[in-house]
Design a protein around this ligand. Structure first.
Ligand code: MG
Length: 202
């Protein structure tokens, strides 16, 4: 029987190459050179050994609209997502970006041919990982009422958001900062690229 699948897709470092931009920002702003391959922690403050002030400055710079719009697509992401939507699947982009970044994030999606995906800002990472005083448009309780069959996520910090979905299959987008992390269950699998994700969802 035909069943419409519902798919959760994270934005940064799943749909687009965010960490590479932050790596070059750290170099430009502070002369701190940590290439993408050497980013060991999802927490960039820790990965780049930044002070609180430097971290805040880098996050604000990285969330300016012009900078958000400049992020490169992760190869294969757009085609795969559009193929799913053509098939009738529901695709929701659930980002940990603050709501102040919503408009530019929406524009990035539209510009890259992803007008049909829904976009939600969910406070996934707590107050440590984002600009202080941020707002989000998806409440945790409302998020927990949503159902997903598949999730594509790069951040181990977001794994607790999958605990209530027992049938969910989580595809962890392989990144330098999640390689040492033990995957929490047999429903998790590491994916090296969007081709692999596309094959697994089919
Ligand atoms: Mg991410």
């Amino acid at each position: 029987m035909y069943q419409e699948l519902s798919i959760y897709v994270d934005f940064d470092d799943c749909l687009c190459e965010t960490a590479r931009v932050f790596s070059s920002l750290a170099l430009r702003l502070f002369g701190i050179d940590v290439p993408y391959e050497d980013i060991r922690y999802f927490n960039l403050q820790r990965s780049f050994a930044l002070t609180d002030k430097q971290y805040e400055r880098m996050m604000i710079e990285g969330h300016r609209s012009e900078v958000l719009l400049s992020y490169d697509e992760t190869p294969g992401a757009v085609d795969t997502v559009n193929e799913w939507i053509d098939t009738g699947y529901q695709v929701s982009v659930i980002t940990g970006r603050p709501f102040s970044a919503y408009e530019a994030s929406r524009e990035w999606l539209d510009m890259h041919g992803l007008k049909r995906v829904k976009l939600y800002c969910l406070n996934k990472y707590g107050r440590d990982n984002f600009i202080k005083g941020s707002d989000f448009d998806l409440e945790i309780d409302d998020y927990r009422r949503m159902h997903f069959d598949f999730a594509i996520e790069d951040s181990p910090s977001a794994f607790p958001f999958f605990e209530h979905l027992k049938e969910l299959r989580v595809m962890v987008y392989d990144r330098p900062w999640n390689r040492e992390c033990e995957l929490p269950g047999r429903n998790y699998c590491r994916c090296t690229d969007w081709d692999m994700i596309r094959r697994l969802v089919r």
